[in-house]
Design a protein around this ligand. Structure first.
Ligand code: TRP
Length: 444
């Protein structure tokens, strides 16, 4: 999108922001993350974080973008001055790193789509499915090749300026994905033994809440709302004045949470019914979903449809990440968008390749007990994005609250009580929760 254009409609903005939010985070990461962090002990804090600090940070980011315009660095500079400009650049770096490993998972989706097209995806044997996923991720060449395919799709979308086309496509495919997920959920819930999965997801007990589950839940809130990495600032720059920021923000949060919860319900009951392990890790979705498809009539056809939707959902997210970096290089470094995208394509290929190899030949190379891929995700989700969020909270809660108050009220005058609640959430609640979660997660 060129810097001069604007969203054509309110819906256009919500769809693009939701398109950024809903992606592999909800469908691939959420189920296995919930599985590995004790189910409800992760999900309940995730929901609480989303509706407290998540929503107000979404509002704040959009407000910064609309007031400041341009890249995230420029917007932060306009609203907050030099220090915040540097924090804007930090957010660009975050987006860049996320995209490097996001693209590896995107590659897995392409690979499964190709498998589905050849009719081989709906397999009944858990062992065969585990072996297939294991082969895919541990074979460096194939893993890197699929990563390259996905990265090229992302860069091609941005360079050809066909985001609008992708958006239009996602307007149909998102609802299709939701309907498919609901159908899969119904099938999953009618399997013997599936109820244990529902209990696992929603049966909350304080005993299983650990500091690291809370930190991970906060990290996932940031990841799932695309917060703290400049996305919504960049998108907000294209938002017309008459648009109501609070309602758009709530919509984005609701859609993001709905996608994650549907994905959890799609996976977890089936995991229990099939006797798989809930904490099986990143392969969980890629093993469970094909198994469910093997239990439905015309499963092979549905599988194709499912992976097309998943791929488009992943693309609308990866495009948003790339857009942040390209807008920055274009505005700050005066590069053409084409040259900027090409530079990203090359550098991200290499950085992503390291992540791709970390499941195979380089799996012995660990940082703090994590392979490179997990390390990047851990640092981005749990630290870099929350720090970006903290910067946004301090800027809009303290330094530029009048700007925030004005931007929130351009379409509709809110009562003083509502404004006060938002102020408390952004100025106190968000910084405190972020700092406590980080402190607890690291030292607790
Ligand atoms: N939210 C997306 C997802 O859940 C991923 C994503 C897109 C993202 N843009 C982001 C994550 C910015 C963090 C920051 O798949």
């Amino acid at each position: 999108m060129s810097t001069s254009s604007q969203w054509s409609s309110r819906l256009g903005f919500i769809l693009a922001s939701a398109g950024s939010a809903i992606g592999l985070g909800a469908i691939w990461k959420f189920p296995f993350w919930a599985g590995a962090n004790g189910g409800a002990a992760f999900i309940i804090p995730y929901i609480v974080f989303t509706f407290t600090i998540g929503v107000v940070l979404v509002m704040a980011e959009i407000a910064i973008g609309r007031r400041g315009r341009g890249s995230v660095m420029n917007a932060m500079r306009q609203v907050g001055g030099k220090t915040f400009a540097a924090l804007g650049a930090f957010a660009v770096l975050t987006s860049f790193i996320i995209l490097s490993y996001y693209s590896v998972v995107g590659g897995w989706c392409v690979s499964y789509l190709v498998e589905a097209l050849s009719g081989n995806v709906a397999v009944e044997s858990a062992d065969a499915l585990k072996a297939r996923f294991g082969d895919l991720v541990s074979n460096g060449y194939t893993n890197i090749a699929w990563h390259l395919v996905f990265l090229t799709l992302t860069c091609g979308t941005v360079v050809l300026g066909v985001e609008k086309g992708i958006e239009r496509l996602s307007k149909y495919l998102m609802p299709t994905l939701f309907i498919l997920m609901i159908a899969i959920i119904i099938r999953g819930l009618t399997l013997d033994g599936s109820w244990a999965g529902v209990l696992y997801l929603f049966n909350f007990s304080w005993d299983s809440v650990t500091p690291s589950a809370i930190l991970n839940a906060m990290g996932f809130t940031f990841f799932s709302l695309s917060l703290g990495a400049g996305i919504l600032v960049t998108y907000g720059a294209y938002l017309p004045k008459e648009n109501n920021i609070p309602t758009s923000s709530i919509w984005v949060a609701v859609l993001a949470i709905q996608a994650a919860l549907l994905a959890g319900l799609m996976i977890m009951p089936a995991v229990f019914a099939f006797g798989l392990e809930p904490n099986a890790g990143p392969g969980l979705v890629f093993i469970t979903v094909p198994m469910i498809f093997s239990h439905v009539p015309f499963g092979a056809v549905f599988a194709v449809l499912f992976y097309i939707c998943l791929l488009v959902a992943a693309l609308t997210s990866s495009v948003s990440l790339l857009e942040v970096v390209v807008a920055f290089m274009h505005n700050e470094w005066r590069m053409s968008r084409r040259a900027a995208t090409f530079t990203c394509w090359v550098t991200l290929f290499f950085l992503g390749a390291v992540s791709a190899l970390s499941f195979g030949v380089w799996s012995d190379f660990t940082i703090g007990g994590r392979v490179f891929f997990d390390f990047l995700d851990y640092v981005c989700s749990n630290f870099m994005m929350p720090i970006g969020g903290l910067a946004v909270a301090v800027l809009m809660g303290w330094k530029a609250w009048p700007v925030m108050a004005e931007e929130l009220s351009t379409a509709c005058a809110y009562s003083p009580a509502v404004m006060k609640t938002i102020r408390i959430a952004i100025a106190y609640l968000a910084p405190i929760l972020v700092l406590v979660a980080i402190y607890q997660g690291v030292f607790g």
